[in-house]
Design a binder for this molecule. Structure first.
Ligand SMILES: Cc1cc2nc3c(=O)[nH]c(=O)nc-3n(C[C@H](O)[C@H](O)[C@H](O)COP(=O)(O)OP(=O)(O)OC[C@H]3O[C@@H](n4cnc5c(N)ncnc54)[C@H](O)[C@@H]3O)c2cc1C
Length: 498
């Protein structure tokens, strides 16, 4: 008797929009039978954190790229919108699928939803299986010596590195066509445009010049970063926002167009070529930044409340400043604070959907310490405007900057925006690019235009209060008020400036 042909497998794509090193895909292909790729847009399933506007733009283009890659292999992406489980069951009924495979996500609401889906699909007779393609070290596998989650990065990363690196599941995307998947996928689901992911107000004009969503775009970015040897200078240059000194991989990583296993494998291959592992100090530091992404997921997994509430509970009582009309928050969002490095960052974010890490720390510190506005308001703005908006990394970044999270910058360490600008953008390339109305000022006044003599301002065409705002707060006063608020919360602290 001929062996029974396996039923089709639904391959449920989520934040793993790639074909290479995709564990769920590899398992679905080895199960045999047609593999039907599905994406379900399910805002309600994201809990309190449905995707922001910038992320939707990315997703639209990434799905288009994935569909093109699938068509090249004789398959096509089935698109649906609504409740994930209901849509999976509907598509399974229409196609006769008997299995649903996916790669795991780690956000609290999504985790709870997925666990329920897995249990109910299994009870209904489906083969429901999940895999890891997003992380090097899944949070539930990592504990410290006291059998608790880590809360400090250095021991966390040392522990992880001691476990050894996992290799990519399949090194390349499967090349051959997937029998039957093309025909079975015809005519299902709504079209990409009908998902309505693109913005109705065209604020995305600057995105395409900088980004190429999709697996090929991710691979090209990694290749450029490694081959240009920027990776070897990373330890020196990653803090200089005027340079192209970081990988720019964050939105690709968030959407799983490339996975961390692939990044580690590529960086380690450089080491083998160089005869040292890691290939350079830059390469080592770069891998440890990928480690921060792992740490962020570890924290979110073990401390589920942190997207909304501080890890350090005492900060729940922090005496925030008054901004009932929202004018201070608006000035910050628009890049009109009067501090050039802060304004440059906020404008870079709006124009490109991305901001350099050093500047993310500066603008976050400014919001929380100089304006004393709650970090949650800043995190929400980032969530809506960042193409790489990621619940784990955004939460970690904001709580770190606010001084209320794991391994955080102490609250009393107040970033001085002028000093930060002078130190990390000494030649002023970054500020001149994003705050062009100040471009004519000499370097010595660029980061503090209010200190420039009237003649210098006039020569540069700068009229403070008209062409560019005066500083909305005085640094020394704001710092003193922030420290006083902190003291009221915690008692005496040692003062220190950054
Ligand atoms: C307030 C604040 C908010 C942030 N919000 C996000 C966010 O929503 N999404 C996001 O991906 N990152 C966030 N970050 C972390 C960091 O700023 C970005 O990951 C980084 O700037 C992305 O640029 P890159 O890809 O060139 O990074 P590279 O320097 O090339 O680093 C490589 C990769 O490592 C990871 N990584 C690097 N630094 C960090 C970090 N500090 N925390 C976690 N992962 C890191 C990223 O995945 C990044 O793509 C935030 C940081 C701060 C201070």
């Amino acid at each position: 008797m001929p062996a029974a042909v396996p039923t089709p497998t639904l391959l449920w794509f989520r934040q793993d929009l790639r074909l290479a090193d995709n564990a769920a895909l590899a398992a679905a292909l080895s199960r045999g039978g047609p593999v039907l790729p599905v994406f379900v847009l399910d805002d309600a399933g994201e809990g309190r954190w449905p995707m922001g506007g910038a992320a939707r733009w990315w997703l639209h283009h990434s799905l288009a790229a994935l569909d093109a890659d699938l068509r090249g292999r004789g398959a096509r992406l089935i698109l649906a919108r609504g409740d994930s489980e209901a849509e999976l069951r509907r598509i399974a009924a229409e196609t006769g699928a008997g299995a649903v495979y996916w790669n795991r996500r780690y956000e609290p609401a999504v985790r709870a939803r997925d666990a329920g889906i897995k249990a109910r699909l299994t009870a209904a007779g489906f083969e429901a299986k999940s895999f890891n393609s997003a992380l090097l070290f899944e949070p539930h596998t990592i504990r410290n010596k006291q059998d608790r989650p880590f809360q400090v990065f250095t021991p966390f990363w040392r522990h992880c590195c001691g476990l050894g690196w996992s290799e990519p599941v399949v090194s390349d995307a499967p090349a051959k066509a997937w029998a039957g998947s093309g025909a079975a996928g015809q005519g299902l689901g709504s079209k990409l445009a009908e998902l309505g992911l693109l913005p109705s107000i065209p604020w995305d004009a600057g995105f395409p010049a900088m980004w190429t969503p999709g697996e090929a775009g991710a691979a090209a970015r990694l290749k450029r970063f490694l081959e240009s040897s920027a990776v070897h200078r990373y330890d020196e240059e990653r803090n200089r926002p005027g340079l192209d000194g970081t990988s720019g991989l964050s939105p690709h990583l968030h959407w799983g167009e490339i996975g961390p296993r692939q990044i580690v494998a590529a960086v380690r291959a450089l080491g083998r070529e160089a005869g040292t592992d890691p290939a350079s100090n830059g390469a080592r530091v770069f891998l440890s930044e990928v480690g921060w992404r792992e740490f962020a997921h570890h924290l979110l997994f073990h401390f589920e409340h942190t997207p909304e509430r501080p890890l350090r509970e005492d900060f729940e009582r922090f005496p925030w400043a008054e901004d009932s009309e929202g004018t201070k928050l608006r000035a910050w969002r628009k890049g009109r604070t009067g501090y050039p490095i802060v304004d440059a960052g906020m404008r870079q974010l709006w124009a490109t959907g991305w901001m350099h890490n050093r500047v993310r720390m500066i603008v976050a510190s400014f919001l929380v310490k100089h304006l004393r506005l709650p970090w949650q308001g800043g995190a929400a703005w980032f969530w809506d405007t960042l193409l790489d908006a990621d619940l784990a990394s955004n939460t970690l970044g904001w709580q770190w900057s606010a001084g209320c999270g794991a391994d955080a910058a102490p609250y009393f360490r107040v970033f001085a925006p002028v000093t930060q600008g002078e130190r990390f953008d000494a030649a002023g390339d970054y500020v001149r690019r994003w705050v062009p109305e100040l471009a004519g000022l000499p370097d010595s006044y660029l980061h503090a235009p209010w200190t420039a003599p009237a003649g210098e301002l006039a020569m540069a065409g700068v009229e403070l209060g008209k062409t560019y705002p005066r500083p909305m707060v005085d640094h020394a006063e704001a710092r003193a008020e922030a420290l006083a608020a902190f003291k009221a919360l915690r008692g005496e602290v040692t003062e220190r400036d950054a």
